[in-house]
Design a protein around this ligand. Structure first.
Ligand SMILES: Cc1cn([C@H]2C[C@H](O)[C@@H](COP(=O)(O)OP(=O)(O)OP(=O)(O)O)O2)c(=O)[nH]c1=O
Length: 201
């Protein structure tokens, strides 16, 4: 087992973590996601990220274990993954022409230490027609994604502009995560290990 473990089922998070250019393992966490109705969105994403990371960290206390959770927030409402096509359609029509926020909470465990943080990105959608939203829902892309869209594929056509980290919208704020891991003592630059900055392009 590698020193670094991603506690996630998300193929996007796996792809983004590869940007660190260090080896890692992926072990999905199967926690039951519990949200208290009184929690603020930033508390929700951090709490779920913490639960995902801690469930795997228990099994691998010597590794650095990363968990993450992403939600879309519009007018103080948390928009998670859609239940069905109708739900996805309604969510996207609600977001049409509006600005919302994407929050990703990240939790890192290593032995007795753990650190949890979140990043927020502001996203504005174009005014969308019912026809184009229907066509987008038909692609199937909304179904495993917070807010019913994926900015990294066909969902890119819905987005007018963003403020903040693009990768945070896709599910992992990789550049902040790199810095937080370094801060926690992750050995990026150990001899014999290829760290990001060791390589010349
Ligand atoms: C807004 C948005 C979300 N998403 C995805 C990121 C997350 O995978 C998903 C939100 O669901 P999450 O519950 O955060 O993650 P997950 O269930 O996919 O994976 P795991 O809990 O095992 O880590 O939405 C995109 O891929 N693109 C986007 O533009």
């Amino acid at each position: 087992m590698q020193n670094l473990i991603l506690a996630s089922h998300s193929p996007r998070r796996k792809q983004l973590l590869q940007l660190l250019n260090v080896p890692f393992n992926v072990l999905g966490s199967d926690i039951k996601e519990k949200i208290e109705p009184t929690q603020f969105p930033e508390e929700v994403v951090q709490s779920l990220a913490f639960q995902k990371a801690s469930s795997i960290a228990k099994l691998y206390p010597h590794a650095y274990v990363i968990g993450a959770d992403t939600v879309v927030v519009y007018q103080n409402n948390i928009l998670g993954k859609p239940k069905d096509e109708k739900d996805a359609f309604q969510t996207l029509m609600t977001l049409s022409g509006q600005t919302h926020h994407v929050l990703t909470g990240v939790s890192i465990f290593n032995g007795n230490q753990h650190h949890t943080f979140y990043e927020q990105t502001e996203v504005t959608f174009w005014n969308l027609t019912q026809e184009e939203v229907k066509a987008y829902v038909k692609t199937g892309e909304p179904f495993d994604k917070a807010g019913s869209y994926g900015i990294q594929k066909f969902g890119s056509l819905l987005v007018k502009n963003i403020k903040g980290d693009y990768y945070n919208v896709v599910g992992l704020p990789i550049s902040r995560l790199y810095r937080e891991l370094k801060q926690m003592g992750f050995p990026f630059f150990n001899a014999g290990r290829e760290g990001m900055m060791d390589k010349e392009e």
